[in-house]
Design a protein around this ligand. Sequence first.
Ligand SMILES: [Fe+2]
Ligand SMILES: [Fe+2]
Length: 208
Amino acid sequence: MINLDHLIVEFDKGIRTLFSQAHSVRPHPDASLTDVPMEESEKTAAAALMRVNHSGEICAQALYQGQSLTARDPEVQEKLQLAAQEETEHLAWTSKRVYELGGHLSFLNPVWYTGSLAIGAAAGLLGDKWNLGFLSETEQQVGQHLQSHLARLPQQDEKSRAIVTQMYTDEIGHADMATSLGGAELPQPVKFAMKINAKVMTTLSHQI
Ligand SMILES: [Fe+2]
Ligand SMILES: [Fe+2]
């Protein structure tokens, strides 16, 4: 059941996700690397890709928060919270990198956040098996997307590449966790619809 106290806590989390700087417990993956000179066009291109990744992490925050609004097994809840902590770190890494590259965060983040919160809550209402299946599929799709960014980021942008590489490792870990907790394989049309949804978000966040 969703209660009012829980809703207020989640609303507060949402405001913080959108408007305050996230904190990373682990060192940033690029902490030991120094920026190398890049052409302005390369920096702009890298900033746009990292802006997309930051928007993806805004969605991840909202999905996990949406899922935690709905009742579930305490063990599943605990594992989801651990994964959500790593998602908060991804948010911190990507936002810092976007600014270092001279870019800005997506103006559409409040839209992505709201939509993802609703999707997460809806998935949670379907029960743990489908909720975890949805989570696993989401994380696998994010992993594929991050791999594509490794192919597109400038070769010399080692800082962005280090961040994306660690995020990839974490997202695959989240997918495996969701599957091992009993997540069901989603029907193909649902997977396809999720890909279309993600494509809209990534295309728009790349621009604005
Ligand atoms: Fe993430
Ligand atoms: Fe993840």
